[in-house]
Design a protein around this ligand. Structure first.
Ligand code: GLA
Ligand code: ZN
Length: 660
C-alpha cells in the first residue's frame, strides 16, 4: 500500500526569494528535469503573518495556483520553523534560551521555546489557517509540519521550561525523596528539599567536559522532557491540520541518527516518516543504509519519504565536497531500495542570498539547464519515472533486528568515563556493517520491542545496550531460550532507566544471559589498539576492552598484546536454552566484527547474498508478492560480478543501480 498518488520527485522550492516573473521559467526548467513535486512554505511565517493581527496568503495563493496549473504534487509546510520578527519583539519568551543561558533574539530558525504558550498558540493558529485554506488543493500529497525539530537550536533551558520540568518531575516521582533516590542526589551535595530547587542541567564543570552532567538522571530526564515538549508542538500542529483535512498524510522531516529527539516516539505520531539524508564525504554507504533502515523502523516498517538530500554539495560541513558524477543517483536509488517512496531535494533553486547560497540545488546560479547537476537530476528523473513507481508501497522485510535506542544513545554518550571515545551511532554501525556486507536485510528496532516481534528475526543485535529498561532483559532471555541468537557486547548491561548502575557486577541484568562477568573495562587510547586473535587470525580492538570472566560462556576470541589481561577472552558465546548469546568485549575493526559475526549469520539461517565488495543487494516485496531486487554499486569504480545472483554476469558502471 502506498500513501501517495505518484512517485514524487522534487523538493523544497522557495519562490518567495525571487521576482514573480521568474517563476514560470523555473517551473519549466523543473518540468524538463522530470520534477513533479514542490515542497513549499517551509520558512514563510513572516510573509504569511506580517503582524499579530494580519494574515496575508496572497503570495502563497499564487505559488499554489502555479503549481496546480502545472499539475505538480505539493508537500505543503505549515511554515512555523522560523519565528517572525514581530513575535520575537513582542513576545520574547517564544525565543529559545541556550544551555549557556543566552536568550536568543530575532534571527535564525528552529529556535523557539517548545514550552512557550505564545509560541504554541501562534503556531497552532498558523497551521490551522494554512490547513483551512489549502485542504483539498489538487495535488496536495502531504502536510509538512515545522522543519527538522531540534536542529541547530539544542534544547531550551528557559524559565518556562524549568517550571514545566518541575511539574513533569513531580508527576513522575511523586516526592522529592523519591527523586533524590532515583538520581543519587546525595552525590556532591545535590540533595533537594523542594521541587523549586530543581534547575535544568546547565551547570557543567570543566572536570567532566561539555555535554556531560554531574547528575546523569537529571540529564536523561531533561532529554525525555524536552523530547516530549517538542513532540507536543508537532502534535498540536498536526491536530490543527486534522480539523480541516481528515486524510492527507502529515509528516515532519527527521534527521536519521540525530541525537536530541527519540524518533521512535515521533514515528508513532506521524502518518508517514520523512527524513533528510546528508552523508558527508567520509560517510560509508553502509552507514547511510543503516540510517534508511532506522527511519523505516521509526515508521513501523512502512515506506518513508526521502524529504531532502542535496543534488550536489552541502554548504554547512566545514569542507563541502561536490558529488561525483552518478553519486546523487546512487544515493537516491539506495534510499528507494531501503523503502523510500519519494526522492526529494533541498532545494530546487539555489539561493543567491542568505547563508545557504553555496548549497547545491537543481537550478544553480547559472540559472540554466547546462550545469552537470541539472543534467544529472534530469537523467535521474527520467530513470525514476521509468523504474521507481513500481516499487511504491512495497516493503523491506528484515531478517535480523538491530537495536537502536535513543535512551541508550543519551546514556552511553552521557557517561563520564571510562572513555570519551564512544559515539553511539558509530558503535551501532560497527555491528550493522557485517550484515550489510553480506546483504542480510536489517530492521532497526527500539530496545523495548516485544517478544512476538523479536521472534520474527533470525538474530537480534544489541550494541552498547548500556541502559536496560524494565522488561528488556526478560524479553531478550525468553527470545534466546526459545532458539534466538543475540549479539551484544562492551558497555552493555550497566544502567537502569534512572542512570544508576545495576549492582552486582556487569553486565548487570544481562549477566546470566551472557554467561560472563565483566570485572573491569579498560580504555584504549585513541591512536592505540589491542590485538585480538580469533580463529587463527589477528584483528584489532579499540576504544574499550572488557576484561571478561566467563560464567558458562565459551571463549571464541582472545586478547593479545602486552597487557596483564593478554590471553583472556575478548569474545564469548553462551548457550541458553535453544539459543545463544555472543558477547563481544571490544570495538573490533571491520575484519574482526566479520570474523565474529559471519559464522553467526551462517548459523542462524539468515539469507545472504555474496556480492563483490561495495555492491549492495536489497529487496522490496510488494503486497502481491512481487519481489524487486535492487543491486547498487555504491563505489566510484566499475565492478564485474560474474554469475550475479546465480544468473548472468553483471558489469556495473560506477554508482550504477540495477533493479531485477
Ligand atoms: C536542512 C533543512 C533545510 C536546509 C538543508 C540544507 O535539511 O531542513 O531547510 O537548510 O538542511 O542542507
Ligand atoms: Zn523554554
Amino acid at each position: 500500500m502506498t500513501m501517495f498518488n505518484r512517485f514524487m520527485f522534487g523538493g523544497d522550492w522557495n519562490p518567495e526569494q525571487w521576482p514573480e516573473d521568474t517563476w514560470e521559467h523555473d517551473i519549466r526548467l523543473l518540468e524538463d528535469a522530470h520534477i513533479n513535486e514542490a515542497t513549499i512554505n517551509v520558512f514563510s511565517w513572516a510573509l504569511l503573518q506580517p503582524d499579530e493581527q494580519t494574515y496575508d496568503f496572497s503570495m502563497l495563493d499564487r505559488i499554489v495556483d502555479l503549481l496546480v496549473r502545472h499539475g505538480f504534487a505539493i508537500v505543503l509546510a505549515t511554515g512555523t520553523a522560523a519565528i517572525p520578527a514581530w513575535m520575537a519583539r513582542d513576545y520574547p519568551q517564544v525565543m529559545r534560551t541556550g544551555i549557556d543561558g543566552t536568550h536568543q533574539v530575532f534571527g535564525g530558525r528552529h529556535n523557539f521555546c517548545p514550552t512557550s504558550p505564545d509560541f504554541r498558540r501562534f503556531a497552532r493558529a498558523l497551521a490551522s489557517r494554512v490547513a483551512e485554506r489549502y485542504a483539498g488543493t489538487p495535488g496536495l500529497e502531504a502536510w509538512h509540519v515545522n522543519n527538522e525539530y531540534g536542529n541547530g537550536g539544542g534544547y531550551c533551558y528557559c524559565d518556562l521550561c524549568a517550571q514545566a520540568f518541575r511539574g513533569w518531575l513531580e508527576r513522575k516521582y511523586g516526592s522529592v525523596e523519591e527523586l533524590n533516590r532515583a538520581w543519587c542526589m546525595n552525590f556532591w551535595s545535590h540533595t533537594i528539599h523542594d521541587w523549586n530547587e530543581i534547575v535544568p542541567p546547565v551547570t557543567y564543570s570543566d572536570a567532566i567536559g561539555t555535554d556531560k552532567c554531574v547528575i546523569s538522571g537529571l540529564q536523561i530526564d531533561y532529554r525525555r522532557f524536552q523530547n516530549e515538549q517538542m513532540l507536543d508542538c508537532f502534535r498540536l500542529e498536526r491536530d490543527a491540520i486534522r480539523e480541516h483535512d481528515a486524510h492527507t498524510p502529515v509528516t515532519t522531516n527527521l534527521m536519521g541518527v540525530f541525537k536530541d529527539l527519540d524518533y521512535y516516539s515521533w514515528g508513532r505520531e506521524m502518518d508517514v516518516v520523512s527524513w533528510d539524508n546528508y552523508p558527508g564525504m567520509d560517510t560509508e554507504p553502509s552507514f547511510t543504509a543503516m540510517c534508511h533502515d532506522l527511519m523505516r523502523g521509526v515508521g513501523g516498517g512502512k515506506p518513508f519519504m526521502l524529504m531532502e538530500q542535496t543534488p550536489n554539495q552541502q554548504n554547512w560541513f566545514p569542507y563541502c565536497k561536490v558529488k561525483k558524477p552518478g553519486e546523487v543517483a546512487k544515493l537516491s536509488w539506495q534510499a528507494v531500495a531501503h523503502g523510500a517512496d519519494t526522492v526529494q531535494f533541498f532545494q530546487l533553486k539555489q539561493s543567491i542570498g542568505g547563508c545557504e547560497r553555496f548549497h547545491g540545488a537543481v537550478i544553480g546560479h547559472d540559472d540554466s539547464e547546462r550545469s552537470r547537476t541539472y543534467r544529472e537530476v534530469r537523467a535521474l528523473g527520467a530513470d525514476l519515472e521509468r523504474r521507481a513507481s513500481a516499487l511504491m508501497g512495497s516493503r523491506v522485510y528484515g531478517q535480523v533486528a538491530v537495536v537502536f535506542d535513543w535512551e541508550n544513545y543519551w546514556s552511553l554518550e552521557g557517561c563520564v568515563g571510562p572513555t570519551q571515545g564512544l559515539h553511539y551511532p558509530d558503535e551501532v554501525h560497527r555491528f550493522y556493517r557485517p550484515f550489510w556486507r553480506r546483504n542480510v536485510p536489517v530492521d532497526m528496532v527500539e530496545s523495548t520491542v516485544d517478544l512476538a516481534t523479536l521472534k520474527q528475526y533470525r538474530a537480534v543485535v544489541a550494541p552498547t545496550l548500556i541502559l536496560v529498561k524494565p522488561g528488556v532483559a526478560q524479553t531478550l532471555t525468553q527470545y534466546v531460550r526459545e532458539g534466538g541468537t543475540l549479539i551484544t557486547g562492551y558497555m552493555s548491561g550497566i544502567h537502569n532507566e534512572f542512570e544508576l548502575v545495576v549492582e552486582g557486577g556487569y553486565p548487570g541484568p544481562l549477566r546470566e544471559l551472557c554467561g560472563v562477568w565483566i570485572e573491569e573495562i579498560d580504555a584504549i587510547a585513541p591512536d592505540a589498539h589491542i590485538d585480538v586473535t580469533i580463529g587463527g587470525r589477528t584483528v584489532r580492538g579499540s576504544i574499550v576492552a572488557s576484561i571478561i570472566e566467563p560464567e558458562g560462556a565459551q571463549t571464541i576470541a582472545i586478547y593479545g598484546g602486552g597487557d596483564f589481561y593478554a590471553g583472556t577472552p575478548a569474545a564469548t558465546v553462551h548457550t541458553v536454552g535453544e539459543g545463544r548469546v555472543v558477547f563481544i568485549g571490544t570495538a573490533l575493526d571491520a575484519e574482526g566484527m566479520g570474523a565474529v559475526i559471519d559464522p553467526v549469520i551462517d548459523a542462524c539461517g539468515a539469507e545472504t547474498v555474496d556480492s563483490p565488495e561495495g555492491v549492495e543487494v536489497i529487496r522490496r516485496t510488494a503486497d502481491d508478492g512481487t519481489v524487486f531486487t535492487t543491486v547498487i554499486n555504491t563505489a566510484d569504480r566499475s565492478v564485474q560480478w560474474p554469475h550475479a545472483l546465480g544468473g548472468e554476469d553483471l558489469d556495473l558502471a560506477p554508482f550504477e543501480t540495477r533493479i531485477m
